[in-house]
Design a protein around this ligand. Structure first.
Ligand SMILES: [Zn+2]
Length: 250
């Protein structure tokens, strides 16, 4: 029963995140207005907006203008649902679970937006930074010192690259995301999250170069890898740290 409810929640939140991504990109107000087709602007009814099911039923095309609907819609809905289920399995139902649901939703926004538009929006990261500190401290019980060091490392790591490369390797958005990662994870798990992000980035980067789709210098949506690494660090961070300590410190 709980699993069923979390699946429904994942689909609904995923659908909401799609709407947020669209509205952030098109600079449409959040409060006003119904959902409409981005191509023909026709208003959509609830039957067009059922997560995943509408996409399958409409065969990925708008009911009115027959233009293709982006694969982003069902993929984000399914991805959000999988992320929520993994968090439920790992943390069980409780306050911690809901904080991680919130964090995961922010990361899915960053992941998808950076993947599509190569941009990490301050309109997402800055409010999240303000909310994440009290949530991590009071609910996740991450110590104040661990959080502060996490912010310093997360922000400093990217600030350093930013300064050294004069803003060529990474953008200012990465620095804000680094700070947010430090606040969500604390510094110990942050190191795991950064490591995982670089591993994913390298694997995908090398894969793309071998497939000769990209050159070494082409733009990489780094926020996508960072948000994926952060999410996996939620679930595996502590396990990876104790595994590492078992091997090297005993
Ligand atoms: Zn349309």
């Amino acid at each position: 029963m709980i699993i069923f409810l979390v699946i429904i929640l994942g689909l609904v939140v995923g659908s909401f995140l799609n709407a947020v991504i669209y509205r952030l990109h098109a600079s449409v107000s959040f409060i006003r207005g119904r959902s409409y087709c981005p191509a023909c602007k026709h208003d959509l009814g609830w039957w067009d907006l059922v997560p995943v099911a509408s996409f399958i039923f409409l065969k990925g095309k708008c009911r009115y203008c027959k233009k293709n609907i982006s694969w982003q819609y069902p993929l984000v809905e399914i991805g959000t649902t999988i992320a929520f289920l993994l968090l439920l399995l790992n943390f069980g139902l409780g306050a911690t679970f809901f904080v991680y649901l919130f964090y995961a939703s922010i990361l899915i926004l960053v992941f998808t937006y950076d993947f599509r538009y190569y941009l990490i929006l301050d309109r997402v990261t800055l409010p999240a930074i303000l909310i994440a500190f009290p949530l991590s401290f009071f609910v996740l019980k991450i110590g104040i010192l661990e959080l502060l060091i996490g912010i310093l490392i997360g922000g400093g790591f990217f600030l350093l690259q930013f300064v050294v490369s004069k803003g060529k390797w990474i953008g200012g958005g990465d620095i804000r995301l680094g700070i947010l990662m430090g606040m969500m994870l604390g510094y110990k798990v942050l190191l795991v999250g950064l490591f995982l992000s670089y591993v994913f980035g390298s694997i995908v980067g090398i894969g793309l170069i071998i497939g000769s789709k990209k050159k070494w210098k082409s733009q990489v949506p780094f926020g996508t890898f960072l948000s994926l690494g952060t999410f996996i660090a939620f679930i595996l961070g502590d396990k990876i740290i104790s595994f590492y300590q078992d091997i090297f410190l005993l």
